[in-house]
Design a protein around this ligand. Sequence first.
Ligand code: NAD
Length: 330
Amino acid sequence: MTSILMYSVRPDEQEAIQAWAQANDIQVDTTNHDLGMKTVDMIKGYDGIVIQQHAALPEPELYQRLKEYGLKQLTLRITGYDIVNLQAARENGLVVTNVPAYSPRSVSELVLAQVMRLVRHLGEASAREAKDDYTWAGLQAHEIHNLTVGIIGAGKIGSAVARIFRALGSTVIANDPVHRPELADTLDYVDLPTLLQRADIVTVHTPLDETTHHLINAQALEAMKPSAFLINAARGPIVDTPALIKALQTKSIAGAAIDTIEGEAGIFENDLSGTKVDNQALETLKAMPNVEVSPHIGFYTDAAVTAMVNISLNDVKTILEGGTSEHQVD
Ligand code: NAD
C-alpha cells in the first residue's frame, strides 16, 4: 500500500487527513515534528512526504537523503515555499508543490468581522463595560453601506473582500497594477493616493515584497481620513508599526485591525501567558480600545484547513502515479 508521512501536523488537521486516507485507500501517518536533519530519517520507508513549517530547509544533504530514501516529491500544504532550497530539490529529482489558494473566503471573512467591530466601536464599548460604564457618547457608528472600502491588492483574497463589501452595499475601490475584468461590477480601480484619501476602510492584501515593505508608512497614514480604519491581514512588514502607533496616538486615523504584525514569529500561535512578550509595539496596540488584534488566524477555518490537507495529499498522489501537479513551484 502506498504510504505518506505528513510532518508538523496539528490535532485539528487529523479529521481531514484520515478522511482523505480512507477515501483514497492510502496509508497516511503523521508527526508533529518539523522536517529537518534530525527528523528526516522518519521518512524512511514512506513513498510520499507533506510538510508545513516556518523553519527553513537549506541543507543540500537533506534533499540527498530524501532521494536516497526513494522520495520523488516534497509537497507543502501551505502557500509560501521560500523555506525550500529549490536548487537542491531539483538536483535530487524532487518535485516541489505548494497550495497556492486554499480558501480566500477564510481571510476575507475575518476582515469583515474586524471591520464590523471597528465601525461599531465594539472595542471601546467592551473597554467601558469592563468598568461598568454603559454610556453611549462616542459610540455612534456609520452604517456599512454608506462607507467606501479601499482594497490595496485585489488578488484572490482582496477580490473576496471586495465581493463581501459590495454585497453589503459599500462602495469598493481598489489599487492594484493588475486590473481584473471580472471585478468590473464590484469595484473601481484608482491610484493609491486617491484610495488613501477616499476610503473609510483601507485594507491591505498584497504579497510582502520589496514594493510593499512598509507600503503603509507615516506618509500613507497621514493621507488617510482621520475617521478611517486600517486593516492588515496580509503580512506584518507591509505596515510600518511605529508609524501606525503614532497615527493612532495622534488620531490621524480612527483605528486599526491587525491579524499580522512585524516581529510576530514566536509569539502568534504560542501560549505566552505568565511571560514577558518580546514585542512592545504589540503590547501598545493591544492596549488601545480602537485596535483589534488577532494572532494570524485569517486562514484558520475548517474549510481552509481541509483544503490545505486535500490539495496537498492529492498532489502527492498525482506525482506518485506519474502525473503532473498544477501546483509545481520549481
Ligand atoms: P494574490 O497574489 O492572489 O493577490 C495579491 C494582489 O496584490 C495581486 O493582485 C497583485 O497584483 C497585487 N499587488 C502586488 N503588489 C502590489 C502593490 N505594490 N500595490 C498594489 N497591489 C499589489 O495574493 P492573496 O492570496 O490574495 O494573498 C494576499 C496576502 O494575504 C498575502 O500577503 C498573503 O501572504 C496574505 N495571507 C494572509 C493570511 C492570514 O492568515 N492572515 C492567509 C493567507 C494569505
